[in-house]
Structure formats: structure tokens, C-alpha cells
Design a protein around this ligand. Structure first.
Ligand code: KIV
Ligand code: ZN
Length: 391
């Protein structure tokens, strides 16, 4: 694997599916898993097998059909969970068990009523136990974002010695700032013995809207796996959005970070997940939202019509959107109106445009958006062609 390849670990079917009201049945999960495999994700977290018979069965079925990606199952740090995950993953060509435990002071004290030393023991035991079943074992240090770096480094070192192949450093509560999360990764890269033999992974939540920025900061500081979901869905404010981190790495080549994602499938994959989950993303959602390539202000429209690079940093076709759209509203200028009219077969001269534009504004003031039918009506109302008004 290239030194700069960042593996994309998709957890739409596990962390993403934890969104209230977004339960998917096994058939829907299979369809999404097939699509994720075609999209080019490296790892599909298919579920949490011990959590329910339905989830167990989904992991079994997904393991049977995924051809390229590693299929992963989540567990807590106990034998029963790990047994269930190993059983559910037995048909996978490339199985991975994802086990772990909370490492922050509050998790150790309140959740486990335990001590830091005992938590390290449980972490080691869980990794060793998972290793009996599969070679590929990922360890998560839950709430690593709020875990003291020195202690986190000790946990990491011990689980590497026990056989972990990937170390997941979740910002479970979405609390970290990008500098802080990046510095955490740097600290681990510099202070954990054996780190060169494993992959560090970013798993960021979006409680403060920083999941994407934190994941990129993590990758800039040595992480080579990003855990994310389609449309950024997930627990509370969601997880890192797959489409965002992938396009950031693509649009900023100097970062020297690459993924294996076929970006032309991002838009259709996003729509597919929205439909199955019944969860529609906001129109201004980065990369795949309905307005991501729509221009509505007159100044912007004029620029885009002259050269789309004036106001677009990525080609919509790169993410599978056919073309940018010029939305006609009361904020639109003459250039946009002339452009749309031309597409509808009306070549407006300057004089005709001077007549049509005020009528367009009158319409636009009462409608939110001007559609093609409205343009026909406006042009007919002004009679600029009937009267043979020419420049
Ligand atoms: O956010 C988190 O800490 C998680 C772990 C279970 C990996 O989802
Ligand atoms: Zn999570």
C-alpha cells in the first residue's frame, strides 16, 4: 500500500444506522454494502453482531456478498461479543474484528468503575482473544479525544504488543479542536513503540461541526485510515462525512493523501442512502447537497456563465452531478436570465432583455424560484418576439 493512501472505513451501516428512526432491514443493508464495495471503500463496518439477531444476520449476509472490501464487526471488550462477531464474519473474504473499551477518565471512573491499569488489562485480553479468530484486529480507545495522551500511548503500545493491526482514536464526543486532534495523532506517532507496524485511524463525531476538519488534521499527522459515513449520518450530530474527506484530499493534492474512492459515484450513493434511510440531507450540505453546485446570486451567476472556475472549486461531474445549475430568483441578473432563455430557444437581444428583465423581476418577487414554464410566460407577456423588437 502506498505510504500516502488513506484507507476509507465506512461505518454507515453501524455508527450511521444508530440515527433514531433510520433502522435498515437486512435487504437494504445488503444493497448499500454492495454499493459501498463498488464505490471503493476499503473497509465496511457491517454492524454490531451481538446487539441483535437482525444485526448479526446482516453481518453474515454482507460478509457473503462483499467482494473487495474488508468486512468488519464491532464488539465490546468481552469474549461473548467477540465470539458473536467472529461467527458473523466467518464468510468474509477479509474479516476484521473491531474491539475496544473507553479510556478517558470519565469512562474509566463512571462507566466501568475501574482503574486505568485494569482497563489496559481488559484491552489486551480483548485483542488477544479476537486474534484467535482473525489476523486483522482493530482496537478502539473510546473517548480517546478526551483521554490523556500519555495514558493513551500506553494503551496503544500494549494493544500493539497483543496483536492489534489498526488503532482507532475516536473523538467520541466530538469535543476536540483540529489542532488538538492532529497533535494527538502526532504524539502517538512519536511516542508509541511499534506504531510503524500498525495503522492509526481517525473516528470523529460532529457535535461541534468539526468532524471533517479533525479527520483531515489526523491524516495530516500520520493517520492512514478515516472512519466516516455517507452524508455524515450517525449518532447525535453525526460522523465525519465520507464525501467531504474524500473530496478534500482530492481537491488539495499538495496534502499528498489519496484514497481509492470512485468519486463519480458519490452523488448517487448519497441519494441511495437518503432514500433507504428516509433521511434527506439539507440542501446546503457540502459536496452532495442539492445546492452544492447551484448558483443564485447575479454576481456569481455572471461569473459562472463566463467561466465556472470563478465560483466553483470542483467540477460537479467529479462527484457525479451532471452540471452546475443556475437558479433563477429575484437576486439573479440579466446574464443568468439571458443564459436560461437561450437554453429554452430564445436568443434575447440587449433591447429585448431590457424589456424582459423588469418583468422577470416582478415575477421573481412573488415566486421563490423561476422555472422554465415561467420564462415562457414572461417572454410571451412582454411580446418581445411577437412585436419583433430587435436590437
Ligand atoms: O464513537 C465511538 O467511539 C465509536 C466506537 C465504538 C468506535 O463509535
Ligand atoms: Zn462513533
Amino acid at each position: 500500500m502506498s505510504k500516502n493512501k488513506v484507507q476509507i472505513f465506512d461505518t454507515t451501516l453501524r455508527d450511521g444506522e444508530q440515527v433514531p428512526g433510520c433502522k435498515l432491514n437486512t435487504e437494504e443493508k445488503i444493497v448499500i454494502a454492495e454499493r459501498l464495495d463498488i464505490l471503493g471503500v476499503d473497509i465496511i463496518e457491517a454492524g454490531f453482531p451481538i446487539s441483535s439477531p437482525g444485526d448479526f444476520n446482516s453481518v453474515v449476509q454482507i460478509s457473503k456478498i462483499v467482494k473487495n472490501a474488508t468486512v468488519c464487526g464491532l464488539t465490546r471488550a468481552n469474549e461473548k461479543d467477540i465470539d458473536a462477531a467472529a461467527e458473523a464474519l466467518k464468510y468474509a473474504i477479509k474479516p476484521r474484528i473491531h474491539t475496544g473499551i473507553g479510556t478517558s477518565e470519565s469512562h474509566i471512573k463512571y462507566k466501568f468503575k475501574s482503574t486505568p491499569e485494569k482497563i489496559i488489562e481488559r484491552a489486551k485480553e480483548a485483542v488477544k482473544y479476537a486474534k484467535k479468530y482473525v489476523e486483522d484486529v482493530e482496537f478502539y480507545a473510546e473517548d480517546a479525544g478526551r483521554t490523556d495522551n500519555e495514558y493513551l500511548a500506553r494503551v496503544c503500545e500494549e494493544v500493539i504488543k497483543s496483536g492489534a493491526t489498526v488503532l482507532n482514536i475516536p473523538d467520541t464526543t466530538g469535543y476536540c479542536l483540529p489542532e488538538e486532534y492532529g497533535a494527538k495523532m502526532k504524539y502517538l506517532m512519536e511516542n508509541v513503540r511499534g506504531i510503524e507496524n500498525v495503522i492509526l485511524s481517525c473516528h470523529c463525531h460532529n457535535d461541534l461541526g468539526l468532524a471533517t476538519a479533525n479527520s483531515i488534521a489526523g491524516a495530516q499527522n500520520g493517520a492512514r485510515q478515516i472512519e466516516c459515513t455517507i452524508n455524515g449520518i450517525g449518532e447525535r450530530a453525526g460522523n465525519t462525512a465520507l464525501e467531504e474527506v474524500v473530496m478534500i484530499m482530492k481537491q488539495h493534492p499538495y496534502l499528498d493523501l489519496v484514497t481509492g474512492i470512485n468519486t463519480k459515484l458519490l452523488y448517487s450513493t448519497s441519494k441511495m442512502v437518503q432514500q433507504h434511510m428516509g433521511l434527506v440531507v439539507q440542501p446546503n450540505k457540502a459536496v452532495i447537497g442539492d445546492n452544492a453546485f447551484a448558483h443564485s446570486s447575479g454576481i456569481h451567476q455572471d461569473g459562472v456563465i463566463k467561466n465556472r472556475k470563478t465560483y466553483e472549486i470542483m467540477d460537479p461531474e467529479e462527484v457525479g452531478v451532471n452540471e452546475s445549475s443556475i437558479v433563477l430568483t429575484a437576486r439573479s441578473g440579466r446574464a443568468a436570465l439571458a443564459y436560461r432563455a437561450k437554453n429554452l430557444g430564445y436568443e434575447l437581444t440587449k433591447i429585448q432583455l431590457d424589456i424582459v428583465y423588469p418583468e422577470f423581476l416582478r415575477f421573481a418577487d412573488v415566486r421563490k424560484e423561476i422555472q422554465n414554464d415561467d420564462i415562457h410566460e414572461i417572454i410571451q407577456t412582454t411580446k418581445v418576439f411577437a412585436n419583433n423588437v430587435e436590437a
